[in-house]
Design a protein around this ligand. Structure first.
Ligand SMILES: CC(C)(COP(=O)(O)OP(=O)(O)OC[C@H]1O[C@@H](n2cnc3c(N)ncnc32)[C@H](O)[C@@H]1OP(=O)(O)O)[C@@H](O)C(=O)NCCC(=O)NCCS
Length: 327
């Protein structure tokens, strides 16, 4: 069973920077004005009363709730790690006081950004609100390579916006619990220096994500495990509690055998019989073998797309994507 940790405080944040987007003629972004002043959240009204600004920490929770309503099954504590990644990386569009659109445009290091949580509240779709917050998001990530995991229905539109398909990620569903043979090489990540974990993680992500990673591997109701070879990390993975069941992500390992051992250990930490999910890049045949071996079935898929070129990643060692929302 999972080791329970105390639930993180979910209070509103008072120090988010306000950013304001002005939109003209319904659909086209003309200006992005981050205020730069802490605590300044004054919205600028557009003709149709639609304003776009940076979210507070509490509003990130709203975006995650909307993601849940879309059936994306976010983790219960995702908002904390998302916000830790880049507190200014979440935009909300409102009509009056009512939030109607969200997008995350998280900056990593100097060169990379990841776009997610692109959602317009049902009832407001098809009226030009989405494309405006999309443009505002792209403006925030200008000059960077941008990644996203798009639902299949949107892939063609993202292609029009300059994104190219890299590969398909497929969500597989199985059952948690089960026997995990005692494996002395499998250790809790909390027993290892953070710098070792960060160094292991580095080749799997296009730029720096230390703040995110620190929070991600230390979530409540989670299990974060590494596997050692000659006392050095040869893989790691995280199991976290979600709205439905548990997700394993990331799952990185030097070999299919290490991935299997880690997966077994993580799966055993979930309550027996609970649903567990693993999002695999379809381009890694060893990851496909892993989910088939565990009788998991495909439940959902996304298109990993990039605008701009990223350096090659070790896809043969990538058995589980960290998240579809933040990369
Ligand atoms: C996808 C979604 C956010 C779009 O928002 P929306 O408010 O309905 O879209 P808009 O009314 O602003 O679209 C206006 C136009 O811009 C286009 N557009 C919207 N987003 C676009 C994008 N990212 N790139 C290119 N074109 C886009 C639309 O196709 C539409 O074009 P059309 O007038 O030729 O039909 C919304 O439909 C939604 O919330 N869907 C469910 C959640 C979801 O699937 N999100 C995407 C996850 S990858």
């Amino acid at each position: 069973m999972l080791l329970e940790k105390s639930k993180a405080e979910m209070g509103p944040c008072d120090h988010a920077l306000a950013g304001v987007i002005l939109a003209k003629r319904g659909r086209h972004l003309i200006e992005y004005q981050p205020s730069g002043k802490q605590g300044d959240r004054k919205p600028v009204m557009t003709k149709n009363n639609y304003t776009i600004r940076t979210m507070t920490r509490r509003e990130v929770g709203i975006a995650v709730d909307w993601a849940a309503a879309e059936g994306w099954n976010p983790g219960l504590y995702d908002a904390d790690s998302f916000y830790a990644a880049d507190p200014n990386g979440f935009l909300v569009g409102s009509i009056g006081d009512e939030p109607v659109s969200t997008i995350s445009v998280v900056k990593y290091g100097d060169s990379f950004g990841f776009l997610g949580l692109y959602i317009v509240k049902p009832g407001y779709r098809g009226k030009g609100y989405g494309i405006q917050i999309w443009n505002a998001g792209l403006a925030r990530l200008k000059g960077r390579v941008i990644g996203l995991d798009g639902v299949l229905a949107q892939q063609g539109k993202y292609a029009k916006s300059g994104f190219e398909l890299a590969y398909r990620n497929v969500r597989y569903q199985g059952t948690g619990g089960g026997h995990s043979p005692a494996d002395p090489a499998v250790v809790r990540l909390s027993a290892l220096p953070f710098d070792d974990i960060r160094a292991y993680d580095k080749p799997f992500f296009p730029d720096e994500r230390a703040q995110f990673l620190k929070s991600w591997i230390d979530q409540p109701q989670s299990a974060a495990l590494g596997i050692l070879r000659d006392r050095k990390l040869a893989g790691y993975g995280v199991l976290r509690v979600c709205r439905s069941g548990y997700k394993v992500g990331p799952l990185f390992a030097d070999s299919p055998e290490f991935a299997e051992r880690l997966f077994l250990a993580l799966k055993a930490k979930a309550p027996a019989g609970s649903p567990i999910f693993l999002d695999i890049p379809e381009v890694n045949p060893a990851a496909v073998d892993l989910v088939k071996r565990h009788n998991m079935s495909a439940a959902f898929e996304t298109a990993r797309m990039y605008a701009g070129k990223i350096s090659d990643m070790p896809m043969d060692r990538l058995f589980g994507v960290t998240t579809f929302e933040l990369g």
